[in-house]
Ligand binder design. Structure first.
Ligand SMILES: [Zn+2]
Length: 65
C-alpha cells in the first residue's frame, strides 16, 4: 500500500498518512488544536459565509482516496 505524504496545515512539517501520525493531517495534537482554534475564530469572523480554504479542500480529497 502506497503511503501518502502531506504537510501539517499548522507548521508544514511532513506528515505520513499512516498510524504513525494519529493526529493526521496534523503532525501532532498540538497542531491539531491550534488549527481548529484558527478555523473556529475565522468562521465566526465571516459569519454565515462558507469558508473555502484550499487546505481544507485538499484534505477532503485526500480523505476520499
Ligand atoms: Zn504540525
Amino acid at each position: 500500500m502506497k503511503t501518502t505524504n502531506l504537510q501539517c496545515p499548522s507548521c508544514k512539517a511532513n506528515v505520513e498518512w499512516s498510524d504513525k501520525f494519529p493526529h493526521r493531517p496534523f503532525c501532532s495534537q498540538r497542531c491539531q488544536q491550534i488549527d481548529f482554534g484558527d478555523w473556529a475564530t475565522e468562521s465566526y469572523s465571516i459569519a454565515g459565509e462558507a469558508v473555502l480554504d484550499p487546505e481544507l479542500m485538499g484534505q477532503e480529497s485526500l480523505d476520499e482516496h
